[in-house]
Design a protein around this ligand. Structure first.
Ligand SMILES: Cc1cc2nc3c(=O)[nH]c(=O)nc-3n(C[C@H](O)[C@H](O)[C@H](O)COP(=O)(O)O)c2cc1C
Length: 179
């Protein structure tokens, strides 16, 4: 490759410096990604509901069916869920903002005002969610201050009606869908 072209390529691909990314810039940039919201939850070893609000949820694989969630390493709720080997994901509906806020708190009484039900898999479903996905905890990757948790899908349920709770620029909202 001619010298000049190689240099030009390195300009884009070679990282010969440590990038300086401020946490504020990172948060602000990521806030431009609109998403739905979920609750990741299970019954802990004492049979009590443990769960957290989770934006970082994605479909990962169709065959086999896998999903992923990213959980902060400091999550006390995840510490209680992890040992059970299972978790349920509830995809929140537009009216479930209060559920989302309650379950984003670090508190003992998180579930007191949240309507939920246990599933046959030992997971927890939020009443009124648009869909639920029950998972076995598969591979867990450590990545920075989070864990990337891959869930082997055990069961699915969907509601036919309802619209999602959305999150964008630190605010909750709803979408309008054209038919
Ligand atoms: C809108 C929103 C989205 C969130 N998404 C995530 C997420 O994807 N992963 C995560 O670990 N925490 C997320 N959190 C924070 C957790 O819900 C919160 O840190 C956790 O519930 C703390 O309590 P815990 O110690 O009981 O886990 C989110 C919070 C809010 C308000």
């Amino acid at each position: 490759m001619p010298d000049g072209k190689e240099k030009a390529l390195n300009q884009f691909t070679g990282l010969e410096f440590e990038p300086e990314i401020s946490q504020d810039d990172f948060r602000t940039t990521m806030s431009r990604f609109a998403s739905g919201l979920t609750v990741v939850a299970a019954l802990d070893e004492a049979g009590l509901p443990a769960g957290l609000t989770c934006q970082s949820f994605a479909s990962l694989s169709l065959d086999p069916p896998l999903i992923l969630v990213c959980v902060g390493r400091g999550s006390s709720s995840w510490a209680r869920i992890e040992g059970t080997g299972r978790f349920g994901v509830s995809i929140l509906a537009e009216q479930q903002r209060d559920v989302c806020v309650s379950l984003a708190r670090r508190a003992e009484d998180k579930f007191d005002s949240v309507p939920w039900r246990p599933s046959p898999y030992g997971t927890v479903h939020i009443e009124g969610a648009l869909a639920t996905i029950d998972c076995r905890i598969g591979t867990v990757h450590e990545a920075g201050d989070h864990l990337v948790v891959i869930g082997d899908v055990l069961d699915l349920a969907v509601r036919d009606e309802g619209t999602p709770l959305l999150y964008f620029r630190g605010r909750y909202g709803k979408a309008t869908f054209r038919s």
